[in-house]
Write a protein that binds this ligand. Structure first.
Ligand SMILES: Cc1cc2nc3c(=O)[nH]c(=O)nc-3n(C[C@H](O)[C@H](O)[C@H](O)COP(=O)(O)OP(=O)(O)OC[C@H]3O[C@@H](n4cnc5c(N)ncnc54)[C@H](O)[C@@H]3O)c2cc1C
Length: 402
């Protein structure tokens, strides 16, 4: 039946905007009170301490080290581990923490991901009691900073083809080789380094100051400028036996750490996308072109609606992934799907938001270009989009197409 014209005109009147346009399905309502409190306290810290300085840090290519004590005071370093000064929170809380941090900047979330999931997690899971006692409490307090060395210059997508190697020599292991694109590398006190041995790939805790170990920063990055990225070089570094992680041999060691970190990324990028949408809702209401605010045009509303659709889908996906993780039902393929979907969602939103700002979109005054440039790294690190697509393909067909 045709719609009467009078109905159409009444629909043109402004309706009240949704109470929370960044959470249209009230995903927050599915969280426990404790989870909501975690999200709120991290959100306040990000609003007070990260957002006021992060644009400048990005421009200056500076990781804000002063934030580390704030992160530690809130218990965010190693937050889902139990004991050793860690809070033992659940998976969804860890996800929400990543989301709030990345609403500020992917670099801050990267710092926490690496410290927690790529450095503390392997020590906690595969280390000796002495190693846990030695490193984890200091790492939870932010007094010891860690990094994770897996990627090598000749190809990160194929870590099994590892050239860095360690050979037993008396009571030590002699470590030789190079790692590339290592987050926190130059500021780290310890590096969890994965190296080939006669027994297979093993994890080594390399300490800053060990002879033959250097970690120069990679300069001239256009992405993650508020994060430190480095190379690691090992030239006959003598690593004592007590620094070897005894609990794992093989690629499953580093891959299990990446599964933890990718889970956090799947949540984190939702925050970056929300930051872009929030700014677009403001901007398009105040930017007047052709005699009306941009937000009053159909094309812009469709683009905003599409951002909202994609964010909502990502939120629901991340929450279900978190609940599966808590029930120990989460598999690496589940994480691949979430990392692929959610990072792609956030990158597309950041790029579209950048365009909707017109020329202003290239200015650091607005957040989309910073998030967009950061997300170009996030879509590459911890498994490129293609690698995650191929992982799902393998899951569906049972055939590896790598
Ligand atoms: C800012 C930043 C921080 C990082 N932090 C860390 C860190 O802390 N620790 C760490 O170990 N690593 C880190 N990385 C490394 C990151 O994980 C790698 O860059 C990533 O795994 C890709 O490896 P690559 O750069 O060597 O690219 P390559 O592996 O050389 O990939 C190049 C291209 O080939 C594609 N490709 C690969 N295989 C296939 C295939 N079979 N079929 C089709 N296409 C394929 C890829 O998708 C990509 O597009 C970081 C990277 C960046 C940029």
């Amino acid at each position: 039946m045709a719609t009467p014209a009078s109905d159409l005109s009444s629909r043109k009147k402004a309706s009240t905007p949704s109470s929370n346009p960044l959470d249209l399905y009230n995903v927050r309502g599915l969280l426990t009170e404790d989870e909501q409190m975690v999200q709120d306290s991290v959100g306040r810290m990000v609003d007070d301490k990260v957002i006021p300085i992060i644009g400048e840090c990005f421009e200056q290519h500076r990781f804000p080290r002063e934030i580390v004590s704030e992160l530690a005071d809130l218990g965010l370093l190693g937050v889902y581990l139990k004991g050793y000064g860690c809070a033992g929170l659940n998976a969804v809380s860890y996800g929400l923490i990543c989301q709030e941090l990345e609403r500020g900047d992917s670099g801050i979330r990267s710092f926490v991901s690496v410290q927690t999931s790529l450095c503390m997690y392997p020590i906690y899971t595969y280390g000796t009691e002495a190693q846990k006692q030695k490193y984890l409490p200091g790492m939870a307090k932010g007094e010891i900073i860690g990094c994770f060395g897996l990627t090598e210059p000749h190809g990160g997508s194929d870590p099994a083809n590892m050239k860095t190697h360690a050979k037993r020599k008396g009571k030590d292991w002699m470590l030789n080789g190079a790692k590339m694109w290592i987050t926190n590398g130059s500021i780290a006190d310890i590096a969890v380094v994965w190296a080939m041995t006669d027994e297979g790939i093993r994890g080594f805790i390399v300490e800053k100051g060990m002879k033959g170990f250097s970690a120069p920063e990679i300069e001239n990055k256009f992405s993650l400028r508020a994060s430190v990225t480095s190379s690691l070089f090992f030239d006959n570094v003598a690593v004592p036996e007590e620094n070897v992680l005894p609990g794992v041999v093989g690629l499953k060691g580093p891959l299990s750490c990446l599964t933890q970190a990718r889970f956090g990324i799947s949540w984190g990028v939702i925050g970056a996308a929300q930051a872009c949408l929030a700014q677009m809702l403001d901007y398009t209401r105040s930017r007047v072109l052709f005699g009306r605010p941009l937000a009053n045009t159909q094309a812009i509303q469709i683009r905003l609606a599409d951002m909202s659709r994609r964010i909502t889908t990502a939120q629901l996906l991340a929450l279900q992934l978190g609940r599966m993780k808590e029930k120990h039902e989460m598999t690496p393929a589940h994480v691949s799907l979430a990392k692929w979907n959610n990072v792609r969602m956030a990158l597309d939103i950041a790029r579209d938001a950048r365009d909707m700002l017109g020329g202003a979109g290239i200015s650091a005054e607005y957040v989309p270009i910073r998030h967009m440039l950061n997300l170009e790294s996030v879509i590459t690190y911890e498994g490129t989009e293609t690698v995650h697509q191929l992982t799902i393909g393998r899951e569906l067909t049972g055939v590896s197409a790598f």
